[in-house]
Design a protein around this ligand. Structure first.
Ligand SMILES: Cc1ncc(COP(=O)(O)O)c(C=O)c1O
Length: 353
């Protein structure tokens, strides 16, 4: 008997990531400049036909990554982008109809995976002034809750939790035996991390990615950190050879060459400063720059600006509806100064009353 899963049939997915290559892409929080060409050339110059023909080996890279994170490999699972790690955590640590708590708006895949596996995703909304009241999160950590998803910093709001807020949330999660997933995709744009909790305690995971500051979104690589028995369950769900050999080569080069990372951070900071100064100078309210993205309240219709940015200026940005007091506003990825200059020039041109 032919069968197709009605849950999957009814699942809403957006497949909009094609035909973007000729644009300046400031819509998916990639690094628009990417790694220096010299780094790309250097890594590729060591690639042999055997390297390409063989299944990827993960041990050497995992050991380097463990060194980089001051931990050991039993606390790590490599994944094909952190989105994959998030999926496996939901699969392994929640049950059908199981209760998952997360803030909204947020990275949409949390809700997609919850729906895919028939979980009950409970939304904790932001306040109108775009702050998050942690008491509202704590209230939802009931005894039957299986997983709490936090982001540090959050996407798209760009907000962060103070240590005191985090400790209160964690205490409530522990009291009710709720597994905690902290998504740190935007770590490095903002230095605070909760990874030590994942490396030293049970029932806490931190997921990270090489797609953002590390500029390897095209190669697909991320990792999950957690306690060894939890990591083993995530590993059991991985498809065989799930991580790309090229991705690991590039990532190894970056984590073993401090100047590359420093250069990426410095270029990002220069771009961010330019953008924020320019927005302030021109009277644009903005919010949430802890990640590599920012919300901008425009003077004229935001959706019209998004469309014209694409058609007239060759720049992709996103609009978000109902962002508290900001209403419908722009979300723009932050990158090197030269890209921010191009974006600002286009914005000044298009956003006229
Ligand atoms: C908050 C957050 N988590 C995870 C991801 C997934 O990243 P990747 O699968 O490329 O590692 C993204 C991508 O935009 C994100 O914004």
């Amino acid at each position: 008997m032919y069968y197709s899963n009605p849950t999957i049939e009814n699942l809403h997915r957006i497949f909009d990531q094609n035909e973007r290559k000729n644009y300046l892409r400031l819509d998916l929080n990639e690094n628009p400049g990417g790694l220096p060409q010299s780094v790309i050339d250097d890594v590729l110059s060591n690639i042999t036909p055997q390297f390409v023909s063989q299944y990827p080996e993960t041990l050497q890279f995992t050991e380097e990554l463990a060194k980089f994170l001051h931990t050991d490999i039993q606390h790590l699972c490599l994944v094909n982008g952190s989105a994959e790690g998030i999926r496996y955590i939901i699969q392994a640590f929640t049950s059908p109809k199981g209760r998952i708590v997360g803030v909204v708006p947020s990275y949409f895949m949390f809700q997609v995976y919850s729906e895919m596996y028939d979980r009950d995703f409970v939304k904790v909304p932001y306040n109108d002034n775009l702050t998050m009241d942690v008491e509202n999160i704590i209230k939802e950590l009931t005894q039957d809750t299986q997983l709490l998803i936090l982001l540090n910093p959050n996407n798209p709001m760009g907000n962060c939790y103070s240590d005191e807020e985090f400790k209160r949330i964690l205490a409530a999660a522990k009291k009710n035996e709720v597994t905690l997933l902290i998504d740190e995709a935007y770590h490095y744009f903002y230095p605070k991390t909760f990874i030590d909790y994942a490396l030293n305690e049970k029932h806490i995971f931190v997921t990270r990615t090489f797609s953002k500051l590390f500029s390897l979104a095209g190669c697909r690589l991320g990792y999950v950190t957690g306690w060894p028995d939890g990591i083993k369950l995530v590993q059991k769900l991985c498809t065989p050879h799930n991580t790309n050999a090229f991705a690991m080569k590039f990532a190894e080069k970056i984590i073993t060459t401090p100047e590359i990372l420093e250069d990426l951070i410095n270029k990002f900071k220069e771009g961010r400063k330019f953008l924020i100064d320019s927005l302030d100078k021109n009277g644009y309210p903005h919010k949430g720059e802890a990640g590599n993205f920012i919300f901008i309240k425009t003077k004229t219709d935001a959706i019209n600006i998004v469309n014209r940015m694409k058609e007239e200026k060759g720049i992709l940005i996103k609009s978000y509806p109902d962002v508290g007091d900001f209403g419908t506003c722009l979300r723009v990825s932050i990158g090197e100064k030269k890209y921010m200059e191009r974006f600002m020039k286009a914005l000044m041109d298009l956003d006229r009353e």
